[in-house]
Ligand binder design. Structure first.
Ligand code: UTP
Length: 289
């Protein structure tokens, strides 16, 4: 059986330019879906999957994330005094145990591959999960949990994949598929943001990965790819032949919360699942259209 996945990297060093001006002084990962920041959904998904250590790769202007996962003594005291027990529980429940979270800074946003490389000393020589908080996945069983269950059968590197429209391939890493067995798709190659005419399939990589530690050697080449950024998918592709690489077709609905439309759709979808919000939001939508 492959080594247990105990650690997860949360790269949160991006600039979030698609959400300016909201992200000028606030991290994109703190944008709320209904009432919970994106990054908390990602951490909860990791907890559900059995992750014990959380490694955040941050950057300038991201300290709100550190504060979010810490005590807020004044607020907690006030809530206690006012007998707001439910709210107090919500605030306290988001705090991990001391030493469970580590933070490192990317210093410069040179790309997702570079962000992952920055976490190398915290990961050491074991496999690690990566979660991009702006990819929010609504599912019965968390996406990472599903992936780890599959990983425990096959090991190697693994990327979450989903079908996209052909015209959307230029926004994603796209896989060249080999054998398909249930949810697992053998990946023969991976290409970052190909033009529609050059895309080998419409299977796109989204923000959940399981990576073997060898990836850090490749990332340390600092090879720039599409957009002049150090691309994680390029390094994963170069591991083909050295490690098995599988795409995992997860059960669930993914929202690209790094885009405005995905963010708005996620807010509506999550609100519709909430008992306290379903009816009023349904009524509002009906009235608007
Ligand atoms: P995006 O491609 O969404 O980039 O990054 P971005 O900068 O966050 O947002 P836009 O495109 O300017 O609006 C995908 C993920 O990779 C992380 C981001 O934080 C996000 O989780 N990332 C990206 C880094 O941590 N560092 C980088 O240098 C680039």
């Amino acid at each position: 059986m492959p080594l247990t996945i105990r650690k997860a990297i949360f790269p949160v060093g991006g600039l979030g330019t698609r959400f300016l001006p909201a992200t000028k002084s606030m991290p994109k990962e703190m944008l709320p879906i209904v009432d919970k920041p994106l990054i908390q959904y990602a951490v909860e998904e990791a907890v559900e999957a059995g992750i014990e250590e959380f490694i955040f790769v941050t950057g300038r202007g991201k300290s709100a994330i550190e504060d979010h996962f810490d005590h807020a003594y004044e607020l907690q005291e006030m809530l206690e005094k006012r007998n707001k027990t439910a709210a107090l529980k919500v605030v306290k429940d988001s705090i991990p145990k001391p030493g469970q979270i580590a933070y490192t800074r990317q210093l410069e946003p040179l790309g997702l591959g570079h962000a992952i490389w920055c976490a190398r000393n915290f990961v050491g020589s074991e496999p690690v999960a990566v979660l991009l908080a702006d990819d929010l996945i609504l599912s019965e069983n968390g996406c990472l949990k599903q992936m780890i269950e599959a990983y425990n059968q096959v090991g190697g590197n693994m990327v979450a994949v989903m079908e996209v429209e052909k015209y959307q391939t230029s926004s994603y890493g796209i896989v060249t598929p080999g054998n398909i067995k249930n949810s697992l798709i053998e990946v023969l190659d991976l290409i970052e943001k190909p033009k529609e005419s050059e895309a080998p399939s419409n299977l796109a990589v989204i923000g959940r990965y399981i990576l073997q530690p060898n990836i850090f050697n490749d990332l340390s080449r600092f090879e720039k790819g599409t957009g002049g950024e150090i691309q994680l998918t390029d390094s994963i592709a170069r591991q083909v032949g050295l490690e098995p690489l599988n795409g995992f077709k997860f059960d669930g609905q993914r929202f690209d919360c790094g885009s405005k439309i995905g963010f708005l759709e996620a807010n509506i979808a999550y609100a519709l699942r909430r008992e306290d919000l379903r009816e009023p939001i349904q009524q509002f939508i009906q009235k608007m259209i």
